[in-house]
Design a binder for this molecule. Sequence first.
Ligand code: PLP
Length: 407
Amino acid sequence: MPQRTVPVSSRLGDVRYEIRGALSRRARELEAEGRDIVRLNIGNPGLFGFSVPEHLRRTVETQLPRSEAYCHQQGLQGAREAIAAREAARGAVGAHADNVFIGNGVSELIDLTLRALLNSGEEVLLPSPDYPLWSAATVLNGGRARYYPCPAGRGHLPDPDEIEALITPRTRALVLINPNNPTGAVYPRELLQALVRVAERHRLLLLSDEIYDGILYDGAEFHPLAPLAGETPCITYSGLSKMHRACGYRVGWISLSGTPARFGEFRAALDLLSALRLCANVPTQWAVEPALTGPDTMAELVGSGGRLHAARRAVLDGVARSEFLDVVAPQGALYAFPSVRTQQFGSFDDEDFALNLLETENVLVVPGTGFNIRERNHFRLTLLPQPEEIGDVFSRIERCLGRLARS
Ligand code: PLP
């Protein structure tokens, strides 16, 4: 008799999340053996000594007694009003608390919006590299990922003509991640305007993941998509995890913009799916209003002299010193996405390299293919460690690459 095991949905067949995948499990085993692993795989500020701004933490503590009941499925009214006011101030058309939905992180809302949108076999245009939850949620909701390339050779920017060439009658949405994870690219205004024109011509829903919208380096300018999209239906995603270093609070939101009538039944679909999961965590939703109306606590970290500014500099210096590496300088977000010049290696594979780096140098990075690219010579690291530690990490990376080049 064959052993009976619990069956697994075939929908999971194409689903990967390498950021917390096999290498991360291996790192845990090594740690259990007493090794000290430098974990650069997750953009989780709280693990690197960053803390949630005091005024947000205090608000949550104070409001805890008022957080015992479920709230409205779309989220606390005051929080939604603060989000809508911010969107309106930026110039988003139709910004209103009724068009804001709060979730347990942007993660939940990526899944929820794609679930509301997709029928089986319908297509979503995703950047390659992408943040892999976007691919996973597309597939898990019956859709198909169509990737538009954002190669290092052009600063990890997309090409509107290439995107347009991928559109079929089954294409439903165009996803942008700006500032980008994993590449750090920040999209220029003219590019965003061109992408809006593509969406408008083909009646695609614009989905703009802007969770890193204020994490910008060296004068990079961020342009929110919603105001540029105008009447065109657009969903903007953001939250507390990155800008406010509150990953564990699990609070994210979406704001719908564009002519309300063009959303048709979609708004009601989001409302229904939100109601089915009752509501997002209530206590931490209280932090949204002070986060959006209080001081900008990110500016000092990314500005000259700030810790993230110095960390990014340390990455650029590490790459500049390297015999093997190139990188497009990140303009925003919390990561760098270096590439290895493979000519100096007999063969090169990003997953083998990342495993070797972990086993021999105790450094955990994420192989580039974990972000749905074809090239096998990239890796991602987060900018969250202390700058001195990043310098040391690049010495270890160089040692590992040197050994592989000679082998
Ligand atoms: N979108 C992007 C581009 C991200 O990098 C992340 C987390 O790293 C998320 C969404 C998920 O964020 P949240 O913590 O709000 O679920």
